[in-house]
Design a protein around this ligand. Structure first.
Ligand code: HPA
Length: 199
């Protein structure tokens, strides 16, 4: 593998896995940042399958720290695509073939795996406990900050997208994973993503 990007410190590496060409690239935090990298990867480099791996905060009592969440849908207050959607409440959803393959690969790791809706927030330090309560009540599994725009952009460009997340913290209990554990969970998610994309 070789480094293909280091502009603004956002590293990207390209190589192969079992003969398939793969790029691992930072997205930055939040949907505006992800949108730039995802758009350019699709339109200028022909990326066909985009899988976000990252962390999330659990919003249900049966979703525990270290568990895996595979995001079927991503609810939002807004995305960078809001301007073109206007009055439309578009429903960003994962690619079914990727979702199915990722769930099989995630379950094979032995780590508890949850599949369902997540929330893509614009802020990490949230000031709307009432909204969190509504989402918990409506079965949203976890919160992160990128998937809804990734799914929307993939839909727009006819590409496949998925988000595979490790629970790094818990909104209901306040528990949080140490950063060494977070890093370790990334290798599991990379394996799951590679199997989902190419198996
Ligand atoms: N909020 C938003 N994004 C996150 C969180 C959170 O609690 N945990 C990991 N990513």
């Amino acid at each position: 593998p070789g480094c293909v990007n280091e502009v603004r410190g956002m590293l990207g590496y390209s190589g192969t896995w079992k003969g398939h060409r793969v790029t691992v690239h930072g997205s930055g935090m939040g949907m505006p940042s992800l949108s730039i990298y995802a758009n350019e990867l699709m339109t200028e480099y022909g990326a066909q399958t985009l899988i976000r791996i990252g962390s999330c905060g659990a919003m249900q009592t049966d979703v525990k720290v270290r568990d895996i969440v595979v995001a079927m849908t991503a609810t939002t207050l807004s995305t960078p695509s809001r301007g073109i959607m206007r009055e439309l409440n578009f429903a960003p959803c994962a690619d079914w073939s990727l979702l199915r393959a990722a769930v099989t690969a995630a379950e094979a790791t032995g780590t508890a795996t949850h599949v369902g809706g997540i929330y893509s927030s614009d802020v990490f330090y949230d000031e709307r406990p009432d909204l969190t309560e509504q989402m918990t009540r409506h079965g949203i599994l976890a919160v992160e900050m990128e998937a809804a725009e990734l799914y929307t952009l993939a839909a727009r460009h006819g590409r496949r997208a998925l988000a595979v997340l490790t629970v790094s913290d818990h909104l209901l209990t306040g528990e949080a994973l140490p950063s060494a554990d977070r890093e370790r969970s990334f290798s599991d998610m990379v394996e799951i993503a590679l199997h989902a994309a190419f198996d």
